[in-house]
Write a new protein. Sequence first.
Length: 409
Amino acid sequence: MTPLALDPSHILGEFYISFWIPTAVLTAALVIKLPTIFRLWRDPLLRAVGGLLLLACAVFVFVTPSTIAWTNRVTGVPNISAPWCYSLITAFCGSCLLLIIAWRNGLSDRSATTRRAMRWVICVYSGVIVTLWVLFALADAPVERLRDLDTYYANTPFMREEILLYLVAHAAACLITSKLIWNWARTDGLDAWLRWGLRLLGIGYVLNLVFDSSKLVAVTVRWTGRNQDWLSTDLAPPVAALSAILIAVGFILPHAGQYLHDRWRVRLAHRELRPLYQLMRTVNGDGVPLVLRATAELRLTRRETFIRDVLLQLARYIDTDLSKRSYDAALALGHPPHRAKALAAAVGILDAVDNRSRTPEAPQTAAGPDTTNLLQEIGAVSRALRHPDDIAAVRAYAATPAESVPVHE
């Protein structure tokens, strides 16, 4: 085996992740969040999430080597991208801490402990950003470095302190944020989407700690006169990129997952009502008018309303005795009570449709059964209509002499 094959930088180069990939994912997360942010602009938590995602996008845009070179060239100051990128990373860390504190405790929490914690984060990380610029102004860093600035200037006065300061600040924020997230994720009563989002956030921040550790080890090794720069230049960047992707997905998953779940639930309910809807159209052929721009919720509401309106018209044709016998028959055939009730209702509705077709001019004063439960269980009844064999079996069993049907208490 050749020495090149054992070179960690060569191996990690095969797994390189472009910084534009997490930038694209973070931008997509921001775009997904924007409609909700604009709609609920008064919600400071949503604004904070939007600002955090925007800040994360800025971090990955400005830490790419091409953007670093452009910033240095435009300003005319070699390596001025260093304090700028370090400041963005530090601001992102502080914003993450503030968001998690507010998100975890709730915006209504005005306790002294919460206010003190948020003031502490703002003061400390604002101070770190100011110190980063002061140290850069004092340092002598004339040689532009696009990929290995951390290790190249690891022994340079003031640059050494600047590099160490941003790494320690970043690691401290990630450690505290990770601990808060994992403690929150283990609490009871969380929505499933929120729990999974927190887990992804937790993994993302743990990977950030791997990023910090890699950088710190590489810098520390430089202090001893040795060289392990691959930890900083080849291991840390893909770890940071993967971390950003997980954090972006973690932030959008609770919202996007719940949104998709609600859309799926509405569409499933609309689809489940189709058998009963088609049956009701044989009674009232008009149906629900097609509106191309109608939302899924509106289409579901219109279908439910149409079904209930027609059922009210059919109420006086429903044979109450047949419905009771059908329920007993369904139980006798081994169906559980809830399904037996739905099958009995389906039998009663089918019989009512037949009765109406035979005697369309039924007396208007004819008293029908109480349809309250039936109108509330249209979903279960519609699902029962998808099994005509079960309905036929119940109907046949209910038609047998009363004494042959077992009585269920």
